[in-house]
Design a protein around this ligand. Structure first.
Ligand code: ADP
Length: 263
């Protein structure tokens, strides 16, 4: 099923959680980004279009301004994401540069999705970029948002972006290979769920734990994202992004994931 979803999709949104982008020292894993860029090139060569939603500005920022790492003040946190966003995009740019693929940055906020004029402009910009073979990389504009007016997690940002761009498929790369009936990190007997057609049923029966170290949403925000996109007829896959060739593996059914399918 997952292989069919990948092979049939032309417009794919791929979201990376911070856990996927960080190496074991908590820095941006540049080798990983380089490998993923090659994977994106392979998708583009097959006539597909890719939009990336990338977390990681905070961890990239901490790599540069490590003395700010423990500051809890909101202004420092926003300043840190402003510094980190540059580092993050530099890491992405360097990954795509050897392949002669340009990237573009879009920093969005919740308001951008509720204002029809802004939505139209974002949509046109995305269409123009991908038509020109450029890979747009979206993140939430954390420096201008406070909690009350934030989307708050990139799972939902990926879902909103996918709806806005009329994507065919969303892939959420996480540190977990899909949805389980309970958190497998706490319960070794947790059972993997390969396919979800009725989200309400699943939400009532699945035990949703908390997010881990860098994660902002945990599995709950991934389910919210799935609910958003399937209501627009867009399927969504949650899978482990540890292998930068994960999309290729998924396209051969060589990697597990959970597919959320429109009813
Ligand atoms: P990311 O940074 O990739 O967005 P998160 O840390 O926010 O990832 O969320 C993924 C984590 O959610 C998993 O590592 C897992 O520990 C936790 N989790 C809690 N409940 C579940 C569940 N029922 N199925 C899968 N993962 C779960």
């Amino acid at each position: 099923m997952i292989s069919e979803l990948i092979n049939d999709a032309r417009k794919i949104v791929i979201k990376f959680g911070s856990n996927t982008l960080a190496d074991k020292n908590g820095r941006i894993n540049r080798d990983y980004l380089g490998e993923f860029a090659k994977q994106t090139q392979a998708l583009l060569n097959k006539g597909k279009q890719v939009v990336i939603v990338s977390s990681g500005a905070m961890i990239a920022g901490v790599g540069t301004m490590d003395k700010w790492a423990r500051k809890q003040d909101i202004h420092y946190k926003q300043a840190l994401s402003a510094v980190g966003q540059v580092e993050l995009m530099e890491a992405w740019r360097k990954s795509f540069q050897p392949l002669d693929i340009h990237i573009a940055q879009l920093l969005l906020t919740k308001d951008d999705f509720s204002d029809s004029i802004r939505t139209l402009h974002i949509r046109n910009t995305l269409f123009t970029l991908v038509d020109e073979g450029i890979v747009p990389i979206i993140n939430e504009n954390d420096s201008v948002c406070v909690d009350e007016i934030k989307i708050g997690d990139n799972d939902n940002l990926a879902a909103l972006s996918a709806i806005l761009w009329s994507a065919d498929l969303v892939i959420l790369f996480s540190d977990i290979d899909g949805l389980y009936d309970k958190n497998p990190k706490e319960f070794p007997d947790a059972a993997h769920i390969a396919e979800v057609r009725n989200l309400d049923e699943v939400k009532a029966s699945v035990n949703l734990g908390k997010a881990n170290a860098f994660g902002t949403g945990g599995i709950a925000t991934k389910l919210e994202a799935a609910q958003r996109v399937v209501s627009y007829g867009i399927p969504l896959i949650i899978t482990n992004g540890a292998n930068p060739r994960a999309v290729d593996e998924l396209s051969k059914d060589a990697q597990k994931g959970t597919a959320f399918l429109p009813q």
